[in-house]
Write a protein that binds this ligand. Structure first.
Ligand code: ASP
Length: 388
């Protein structure tokens, strides 16, 4: 092989050359002083966190300025707690847990303390998280006593050989791991009790209206295997969806997605589910792929909305799959899933999502979504409605 040897060239230091070099060095130094920090910031791995406090009916007329200020303060505090973890070099997983934990402790949001009540007036909590770097995940459902379900989801991921634990078994595991267990009434608030009463009243009024209609259609058979007329079945499905109780915060969920200094993504979601749900009902939030998903190869997603529809549409994974398999930009993928797929089913909700480049997406088809974002490029915002 013909190797070219590099011989150091002799420099000739004439006075004119030295002057020229000095001038060039001064210009270079001045440029470095001015552009250096900007160039570094642009080159560095961005860090980012996005959080949500649920999507749904957020009617401005029903929202007092005080209430709105409390929502915004809660979102800001959770966003900044997660961002602080990222800023001091913590992992995206630690950041999403820090943010969600605060939202669980804030009675304004439907997760942890202040969660919605089920049909019997009890709180049942679901949560999950996923680490995009390792694809490890943890999930818990139907908890009645664990103060911070997201912490238990993390322990299931890290300290058990399983992905999901539910009910009494999950709470036994929580005890064995030294987590704080509290009586169910720790979670219950007066606001949620009133909300349950209104939901049950609305449901019984709807049911009595339906009874009158079906009485005019004649009796139907309840025997399994006996043919049912097609029309009433479709109507029953539509009315089950329409009966979702429409009031600020009657649904909702909290969640966070983050990108850390090492370029790893994570997602976390926690919820009390839906007001007046049947005891034992589990929504999309603790289902990996439906309510929560993270993969460094594509994106991190946390969802909120009509859980049954989000489960059937495998929303969080669907967004990431469009990014991974179709190379779709994250914003387009989220838009397609929320507006075409979920919207096409006449369901409502939204997602927050992040990719490794730090692209932030907050997409919803409902009136509003409690949300906030912050990143190392200078973005720092909180919003509730579509326009602010
Ligand atoms: N997705 C949640 C659930 O179905 C509720 C919500 O986000 O509004 O449990």
């Amino acid at each position: 092989m013909n190797r070219v040897k590099h011989r150091p060239r002799r420099a000739s230091f004439t006075p004119g050359r030295v002057r020229g070099m000095r001038a060039a060095a001064t210009v270079a130094l001045a440029y470095a002083a001015f552009a250096g920090p900007l160039a570094c910031a642009a080159d560095a791995q961005p860090i980012a966190i996005v959080i949500h406090g649920g999507a749904g009916v957020i009617n401005r007329a029903e929202m007092s300025p005080e209430r709105e200020a409390r929502y915004r303060a809660g979102l800001e505090a959770a966003r900044d707690a997660g961002y602080a973890v990222l800023e001091r070099g913590g992992t995206s997983l630690e950041a999403v847990v820090a943010a969600v934990r605060l939202l669980e402790d804030d009675p304004m949001f439907n997760a942890g303390r202040g969660a919605v009540l089920n049909r019997d007036g009890d709180v049942e909590l679901d949560a999950s998280l996923m680490d995009g770097g390792t694809l490890r995940a943890g999930a818990v459902a139907s908890l009645r006593h664990v103060k911070n379900p997201i912490e238990l989801a993390k322990l299931v991921m890290e300290k058990s050989s399983h992905v999901m634990l539910v009910g009494a078994g999950a709470e036994e595991f929580a005890l064995s791991q030294g987590l704080t267990l509290v009586p169910n009434d720790y979670f219950q608030t007066e606001t949620r009790l009133r909300q349950l009463e209104r939901a049950q009243k609305a449901a019984s009024e709807k049911a009595s209206g339906k009874q009158e209609t079906s009485a005019t259609q004649g009796p139907r058979s309840g025997i399994i295997g006996e043919a049912q007329p097609a029309q009433p079945r479709v109507a029953a499905r539509a009315s089950a969806h329409a009966s979702t109780f429409a009031e600020i915060g009657a649904t909702g969920t909290v969640g966070a997605v983050a990108l850390d200094r090492n370029g790893h993504l994570a997602a976390a979601t926690s919820t009390g589910g839906m007001t007046n749900k049947l005891p034992g009902r589990v929504g999309d939030s603790p289902i990996i792929g439906a309510g929560t998903y993270a993969n460094d190869e594509s994106c991190a997603v946390s969802a909120t909305g009509d859980g049954e529809f989000f489960i059937r549409s495998v929303v969080a994974h669907d967004v990431c799959a469009l990014v991974a398999y179709r190379q779709m930009p994250l914003a387009r993928a989220a838009h397609q899933v929320i507006h075409e797929k979920i919207g096409g089913l006449k369901a409502t909700g939204g997602v927050i999502a992040l990719d490794r480049q730090g692209n932030i997406v907050m997409e919803f088809n409902s009136e509003g979504m409690f949300r906030a974002a912050r990143d190392s490029r200078g973005r720092k915002d909180v919003a509730i409605y579509a326009d602010r």
